[in-house]
Ligand binder design. Structure first.
Ligand code: NCD
Ligand code: ZN
Length: 333
């Protein structure tokens, strides 16, 4: 038995920089034909020069079979002209409200009443450039996504032609927005789909399962599974794979390094639900249409050949570290 995927695409990926690229780029390029690459480096990617040179560093390792689609980290000082000048350079703009997650300090504070932000969104709407949002407020940690719903709704209504992605959706409270607002879409991660708080807190604390937004309740996980298995047309895969060195994890850094296990673990999930035919649209077609991507033409094959996930990749503990997975990527050419 074999699974074949045409040009799988990861619509939300943190590759980091420097020496870590030697680990992260091959881990994703083995399984994916490309990715929406997140801009929250230190300092973040806020202009054309830093975006272009970062892209070149990724391409130097990933080669032609992995296409990085770049994003801009939106700060309060960006103007509509800045965004217009990036036409053809970026595939999306990333909004990480200040304080919401790792390296978001330079992000925006006030959203809906922020005039310069509104002007930027107006320009993006005219350019048909998608906005990717880390939708969390400063409320109680498990309520942060749900509490962001009014902001999503307000932005979607005010800019009806702006396509907005609710990134790494983890709360079932946000799901109705997909059907309510035509211009709202969502990415779903491997970890929010398969895990709930028990994985993080139910036994020994497992830092490799800690991320923002935090994985939530069984009811949230089941609701996400349902919409993914029902092939919701506005949901596509984005891993939010976000590695941190073990020392940073020990200090509590949020981010799950899932890249090495994504396709094998998802194959297990879809097989278990007798839904292997849903993988292709979830893992490539819908994101490709949404971002209008011209991806490298690749066929990635998986077969049943159990393997044990290494405990470390270049000093980073992966999701499912040391666990046995049934499916294995055998050919990504
Ligand atoms: C991400 C990171 O480490 O860059 N962390 C995370 O917990 N998901 C940032 C993000 O996407 O929120
Ligand atoms: Zn992320």
């Amino acid at each position: 038995m074999q699974i074949e995927l045409k040009s799988p695409f990861d619509a939300h990926l943190h590759l980091r920089d420097g020496a870590m690229l030697e680990t992260t780029v091959p881990a994703s390029a083995e399984q994916f034909a490309g990715a929406i690459v997140m801009p929250n480096l230190q300092p973040p990617l806020t202009d054309r020069h830093t975006i272009d040179s970062y892209r070149a560093r990724i391409e130097a390792i990933g080669g032609e079979s992995f296409a990085p689609a770049m994003t801009l980290f939106l700060t309060p000082s960006h103007t509509p002209a800045d965004i217009e000048a990036l036409k053809g350079v970026i595939s999306a703009v990333k909004l990480s409200p200040a304080g919401s997650t790792t390296h978001s300090e330079k992000g925006l504070h006030d959203l809906v009443n922020n005039h310069s932000f509104m002007a930027v969104l107006e320009a993006m709407e005219a350019m048909d450039l998608p906005l990717c949002v880390h939708g969390e407020t400063g409320d109680f940690v498990l309520d942060r996504e749900a509490a962001f719903a009014p902001t999503y709704r307000a932005l979607a209504r005010r800019f009806p032609k702006l396509r907005i992605v609710m990134e790494h959706l983890g709360s079932r409270a946000l799901l109705p927005l997909l059907d309510e607002q035509p211009n709202l879409y969502a990415t779903v991660t491997l970890h929010h789909l398969l895990l709930d708080l028990d994985a993080l807190l139910g036994g020994m604390l497992r830092p490799e399962c800690f991320c923002k937004p935090v994985i939530k309740t069984p009811a949230d996980r089941e609701a996400l599974q349902k919409v993914v298995l029902d092939a919701h047309p506005k949901i596509f895969f984005g891993s939010d794979s976000a590695p941190h060195p073990q020392a940073d994890k020990a200090r509590g850094a949020a981010g799950i390094f899932s890249a090495p296990v994504v396709l094998p673990a998802l194959a297990g999930f879809f097989e278990q639900h007798d839904a292997l035919d849903r993988m292709q649209p979830f893992l490539s077609d819908r994101a490709r249409d949404f971002y209008r991507l011209d991806l490298p033409d690749r066929t990635v094959r998986l077969k049943k050949d159990p393997w044990r996930v290494p405990v470390s990749y270049g000093g980073v503990t992966p999701l499912f570290s040391g666990e046995r997975l049934i499916w294995r990527v055998v050919d990504g050419a």
